[in-house]
Design a protein around this ligand. Structure first.
Ligand code: AMP
Ligand code: GLY
Length: 417
């Protein structure tokens, strides 16, 4: 089978890496890919993930059998609809189902309609009503969420009335918003593959959103992740499945928006049980870099089962290991940073210990590698438990060298003694 992976980040490098191990996948194309995916397949430079016409032309030219879409934007922009109309099996939701992620108002309505536990939330479309609501709830900790996609920058948690009003009024210039009650608890990310009829749960993950050690500093796209999460034991996973996952898939079916792909449940475990913070319709990044390497079942066979709607009868096996990934970022990230910094040649680690995924890199014709974004690489370490996995990630991290490279030193640490 010939597969096209859409996207260019470390998540797509991890998808490509796992597909490269499949016995039934013969070639992999990546649109547009990065310097890491180029080692495993053929990068289609110039084929933008958002350009449905260019993607369809590439599918035709390279006689692609299956497409896997990594990021949310092509789903939200209708690229998946175009691929479906061309009759090509595609992993990822169409525009309508992508609203679960691309519209916070839509997903809150979905959660309420299907009685799935989540934070109470009220939607606002005008500054006047919003401001009087915040003023009448002075000093209460609340969360404001911009309705549309915002690459992690559309959420503010605060109890500072003026800060809430400023942030919200700014959002309301060009979008609607949701004000949510603040939930106390701890977070986990749960993933379920779906073929539109059945679902299969994968292992629970956790990511690190703050820039600095000790979970302080500004928010980022994620500075590291772990899998599995020891606190998400069998009974909690069962509760998450019964209270959240199963009703979500029943709701998707009822609303006629079931799809083939992955549902990502951002969950806050509160004293009243697990509640949904958000839905995403893609693998997390950097969760994919710990989740995917722990899948033992041939990923090509998994895709086949999804496209043939036989996921229900497929047994998905996992390696009995733990994984920790650490993001290597550019100097200045998540603020301003430079791109185009040369990267020293990277010696690949033994894959039993670690794998290095490129996040945003490119190469010149001379095959020299350069950084192309803020989060540049992720180093995934594996071991019998999270402590051993973290030790392996940090053992190999200095193989990634470029001027200004930095990373958190405590990924995984809070999960073991
Ligand atoms: P979201 O994009 O909706 O997942 O929000 C991003 C992050 O904001 C989450 O991962 C949480 O850390 C935090 N967050 C979102 N909603 C809430 C809430 N209702 N209570 C507490 N924290 C929240
Ligand atoms: N790691 C969070 C996300 O992918 O949204």
């Amino acid at each position: 089978m010939k597969v096209l992976v859409v996207g260019s980040g470390a998540r797509e490098h991890a998808v490509t890496w796992l597909l490269s191990k499949s016995k039934i996948i013969t070639s992999i194309y990546i649109a547009e890919g990065n310097a890491g995916t180029a080692l495993l397949g053929r990068n289609l430079t110039g084929v933008s993930p958002l350009d449905a016409g260019a993607i369809l032309a590439a599918i035709k030219e390279h006689q692609i059998d299956w497409v896997v879409v990594g990021p949310e934007a092509p789903c939200a922009e209708g690229v998946v609809d175009a691929i479906q109309e061309a009759g090509i099996p595609v992993f990822g939701p169409n525009q309508s189902a992508a609203q679960l992620e691309s519209s916070k108002l839509y997903s809150k309505q979905f959660l309420k309609a299907h009685k799935i536990p989540t934070a109470a939330g009220i939607e606002f479309f005008s500054a006047g009503e919003f401001e009087s609501y915040i003023l009448s709830n002075r000093d209460k900790k609340m969360v404001i969420k911009k309705n549309g996609l915002a690459a992690g920058k559309g959420v503010l948690e605060s109890s500072d009335t003026m800060e809430l009003i400023d942030f919200g009024k700014n959002v309301l210039h060009d979008d609607s918003l949701l004000v949510e009650e603040f939930l106390e608890g701890w977070e986990t990310s749960v993933f379920a593959l779906t073929d539109g009829k059945d679902y299969k749960l994968l292992l629970p993950c956790a990511d690190y959103k703050k820039a600095n050690d000790g979970d302080i500093g500004p928010n980022t796209g994620g500075m590291g992740s772990v899998c599995p999460v020891p606190k998400v034991d069998g009974s909690l996973m069962k509760k998450i499945e019964n209270d959240i996952v199963a009703p979500t898939f029943a709701g998707l079916e009822k609303d006629g928006i079931g799809y083939k792909g992955i549902v990502y449940f951002g969950i806050m475990v509160t004293k009243d049980g697990p509640k949904v913070l958000e839905y995403n319709i893609r693998f997390g990044d950097p969760e994919a870099q710990v989740l995917l390497p722990l899948i033992k079942t041939d990923f090509g066979e998994i895709l086949k089962a999804i496209f043939e709607e036989k996921l229900g009868s497929l047994k998905i096996e996992f390696h009995k290991k733990a994984a920790v990934t650490v993001v290597v970022a550019a100097d200045g990230y998540p603020g301003n940073y430079e791109k185009g910094i040369p990267v020293m040649p990277i010696e690949a680690p033994d894959e039993n210990e670690a794998v290095i995924f490129h996040a945003s890199t490119y190469f010149s014709s001379a095959k020299d590698v350069f950084t192309g974004g803020g989060r540049c690489f992720t180093v995934s370490g594996f071991g019998k438990d999270l402590k051993a996995a973290a030790a392996n990630a940090y053992k190999h991290i200095d193989k990634v060298r470029f001027i200004g490279a930095w990373y958190r030193k405590d990924i995984g640490r809070k999960f073991y003694n």
